[in-house]
Design a protein around this ligand. Sequence first.
Ligand code: PLP
Length: 422
Amino acid sequence: MNTTRSSELFAKAKTLMPGGVNSPVRAFGSVGREPLYIGSSRGDRITDADGNEYIDYVCSWGPDILGHAHPAVIDAVKRACENGLTYGACHEGEVILAEKIKAHFPSMELLRLVNSGTEAVMSAVRAARGFTGRDRIVKFEGCYHGHSDGLLVKGGSGQLTNSVPDSAGVPAGFTENTLLARYNDADSVQALFEHYPDSIAAVIVEPCAANMGVVPPEKGFLQSLRDITKKYGALLIFDEVITGFRLSIGGAQEFYGIKPDMTALGKIVGGGMPLAAYGGRREIMEQVAPLGAVYQAGTLSGNPIAAAAGIAQITQIERTADLYPELERKSAVLETAARKAELNVNRCGSLMTVFFTDTQVTGYETALTANMTEYAKFFSYLLDNGIYTAPSQFEAMFVSYAHTDEDIAKTAEIIAHYRKEN
Ligand SMILES: *Cc1c(COP(=O)(O)O)cnc(C)c1O
């Protein structure tokens, strides 16, 4: 495989950007390689700058649930561009998109469009604090909620791979109101509430964790969070930036049948453009400016091009009756292949992680038992066989509707033949 052009670009990029990348999860450092530069994408394939083609299971870390460059989404963006890229003013697209989001996430009685998942979560937490008049929040070890200061504590994703437990540059005072609980351990949440019964504004959780690798919630866990928060007058925030529109059209809250007070969406909702959303119960969101005293704003929020992409993608999802059964079926083929190779796999719908540990991964501690060197070998084996996956043990494989049966079969064949001792 010739990757000369990628290498040239990376050499130059390193002189321009920290580590040569615009987001640490794109670095291939933890798998001992250099990143590939992508030139184009279509369906379930991406092509790098040297013309090598791969079957892609990163899917831009989730947005591309219909596959890359879906014609309906591309057309909508092209048409929207003709009318200008941004107004910094109200427009019809944001109303249509908000209406669609609310139709699928009825718990989001009022919502705001923003530009990234980080911003959505950060704003949701601010609104939760403003509404409750309380300062503390509970987050789970290994859950990632974007890179805002207060949430960069045992954050998962790139923070795990790069072994940075907390970020430098975050004053201790900024995280002193962030309490840590253990995923799939409702007792650890209960204990925090017993200690701080009146000062916890919210519990924030990835309803299916996917940033320490995929860790599904155990039966009863989310319900316990619902019960405990209700009992103590705190809010339950679902960070559905990955799971929204992925586990079902109504996200994890529909899939698991648990109604949170607030929700953050990102990734899929923007159709591949920088767009995210947060919202929740009306009386909470009525605290947000200009109605209330919680300030949150954005020059490009609800950007017309991003809104057009989001509308097109969600419309396409609505029209694809077999989307979720197909994602489940295709993903199950990959899981079966991994089990055939005696790999330790966690899967939730179209999210899947192969963990290189003998321990069953149910949370942060067990995720950390995974052997990153072993993962690096697996990653390289797949890449050398034309399969592009996350360059980190602590991420998900994303299956899209565009993954063809042939490519799924091919991938399954390659995974099934993996031998750990290779
Ligand atoms: C990706 C992600 C975020 C952050 O979204 P960005 O758009 O990268 O800022 C937040 N929460 C979860 C669960 C995510 O997976």
